[in-house]
Design a protein around this ligand. Structure first.
Ligand code: ADP
Ligand code: MG
Length: 240
């Protein structure tokens, strides 16, 4: 579903992504780990064209992301993204937050959008919060709304950029549980996280990114038991 071929990206003269080659298949859960500033968010943001690559080729669903003829809105509709900060509209209810894009961007009739929203709110375990405002919810609940909002667009891929990093420890589990359930259902997911337990349990594959390169790529059992690269070993000794 996602293919990087010899991709490089620069911010001005700063070489942030270095010769990235990567293929992610339908139904795969790929977890990206690595030190702060190594390029993890940039890698993720290139996938839905929040950032442009500088060189190489990036295909998402066989569509060239960096082609002028590509309909970027069309592409983004197929890719849900969940950020560290939930980015909910504060003056809209939970239900309105979730139905806004399906109604405005997809032209879904309001009744249907509401039904879909309620279905996903139930799925993330907060159907009773439909008429609340974001400020009335805990951080974990707000992040689950953000996930439901992504799912309501019926995406083919979900991207998560440190979705639990802004949460109090007791709320991390409830968000990870929703993500685990999603993975079990076969959603294609790319997840940047520092939650090594989640990575070990849920990932089909781990990518270790360091200084803009994919330094190591392995199944979790191999990666955690025996990282090949010294940098990966150092990183794990600090986070585990
Ligand atoms: P990570 O998510 O792994 O912490 P990022 O992808 O956010 O890393 O950033 C990688 C590097 O690129 C960092 O050094 C960061 O300061 C730099 N960077 C990120 N975004 C920009 C930007 N818009 N302009 C210039 N430099 C940036
Ligand atoms: Mg980041």
């Amino acid at each position: 579903m996602i293919t990087f071929k010899d991709v490089n990206k620069y911010y001005g003269s700063f070489h942030v992504l270095k010769n990235i080659n990567l293929h992610i298949s339908k139904g795969e859960v790929v977890v990206i780990i690595g030190p702060s500033g190594s390029g993890k968010s940039t890698l993720l943001r290139c996938m839905n064209y929040l950032e442009a690559i500088s060189e190489g080729e990036l295909l998402v669903n066989d569509v060239k992301v960096n082609d002028k003829s590509t309909n970027i809105n069309e592409l983004r509709r197929k890719i849900g993204m969940v950020f560290q900060h939930f980015n909910l509209y504060p003056h809209k209810t939970v239900l309105e937050n979730i139905t806004l894009a399906p109604i405005k961007a997809l032209g879904v009739p309001k009744e249907e959008a509401v039904q879909t929203a309620l279905f996903y709110l139930d799925k993330v375990g907060i159907a009773d919060k439909a008429n609340s405002f974001p400020s009335q919810l805990s951080g974990g609940q707000q992040q689950r709304v953000a996930i439901a909002r992504g799912l309501a667009m019926k995406p083919q891929i979900m991207l998560f950029d440190e979705p639990t990093s802004a949460l109090d420890p007791e709320m991390i589990g409830e968000v990870l549980d929703v993500m685990k359930a999603l993975a079990k259902e076969g959603m294609t997911m790319v997840v940047v996280t520092h939650e090594m337990g989640f990575a070990r349990e849920v990932a089909d594959r781990i990518l270790f990114v360091d200084e803009g390169r994919i330094l190591e790529e392995a199944v979790p059992a191999d990666f955690f038991a025996n990282p090949r690269e010294e940098r990966a070993r150092q990183f794990l000794s600090r986070v585990l």
